[in-house]
Ligand binder design. Structure first.
Ligand code: GSH
Length: 265
């Protein structure tokens, strides 16, 4: 790091969005970052103390000392990555030349193709539901316990906990056959169509690229895209790549980088 700086990254190893800065840290070999695990399977991202770090109750969050010496927090992976890129040395992966292309592509991914978590937690049909049930239900039950505990500890956040309790219990009921799962299958289908649109756009951009990466040279956009594709590959495998040979070749290329193995061992 260029200045004497204590950097803390709040993360959860299986998290999609927290893996984006972890990939960047590996890619640029940034030293001295302290990782703090926030266990989403226990709803620790809703702990009263974590709500002070990140009121949006999400990971990642980055705590660092800014140029003026005051403690700062970035609470969104897009800003976290820009900050880490700026604080670390060459190569800069976000520059005045590529900033506007990166900004609009990454914003589209985060705003309109935020499908990795919903596709992971929902199922598309009865057969996927049966397969995933024993993995998803305990995860959701762990979160229910967290919400109940925090609700007693921090009654000032009761409304927040109650609303997540309700939606989480609703999903458990669908997995356990106690509630109609059709709405879940519909959500899953909608999410997949958003993924398809973004994959098609990515195929076109990669075809037009003058280099091996989305905007030519390796950039912050590739850090986000690699993590997004890693999750897509986990939830839908080859379906993502059918009819998209350029995305497939790209994914093979980025997954061969040492940073990939360091992030998803
Ligand atoms: N826009 C945020 C999204 C972060 C996000 O949604 N993170 C997920 C984990 S991948 C999370 O913390 N979810 C909260 C939860 O599971 O309760 C970002 O890019 O950092």
């Amino acid at each position: 790091m260029s200045h004497n700086n204590k950097i803390k990254l709040y993360t959860f190893p299986p998290s999609l969005y927290a893996s984006i800065p972890r990939l960047l840290i590996a890619e640029k070999n940034i030293q001295g970052v302290e990782y703090v695990t926030v266990d989403l399977s226990k709803a620790e991202n809703f702990a009263p103390d974590y709500l002070k770090v990140n009121p949006n109750h999400t990971v990642p969050a980055l705590e660092f000392t800014d140029e003026r010496g005051s403690k700062s927090i970035e609470d969104d992976s897009i800003e976290v990555c820009k900050q880490l890129d700026k604080m670390s040395g060459e190569p800069q992966l976000y520059t005045s030349q590529n900033a506007s292309s990166i900004d609009s592509y990454v914003k589209d991914m985060h705003d309109n193709a935020d499908v990795g978590n919903p596709l992971f937690f929902t199922s598309r049909d009865e057969s996927e539901l049966a397969k995933k049930k024993d993995m998803i239900v305990p995860f959701l039950q762990g979160r229910v316990q967290g919400f109940e505990t925090y609700s007693k500890q921090a009654p000032e956040h009761k409304q927040l906990y109650d609303s997540f309790l309700q939606s989480t219990n609703g999903m458990i009921a669908q997995y356990q056959g106690k509630a109609d799962a059709k709405p879940m299958f519909e959500t899953n289908a909608q999410m997949w169509s958003k993924a398809v649109r973004f994959l098609d756009k990515t195929e076109e951009l990669l075809k037009q690229s003058k280099g091996d990466f989305i905007f030519g040279d390796y950039s912050l956009a590739d850090v986000h895209l690699t993590a997004w594709l890693y999750r897509q590959n986990l939830v839908r495998g080859e379906e993502n790549f059918q009819g998209r040979p350029t995305v497939k070749a790209y994914y093979e290329r980025v997954s061969a980088r040492p940073s990939f193995k360091a992030t998803w061992p």
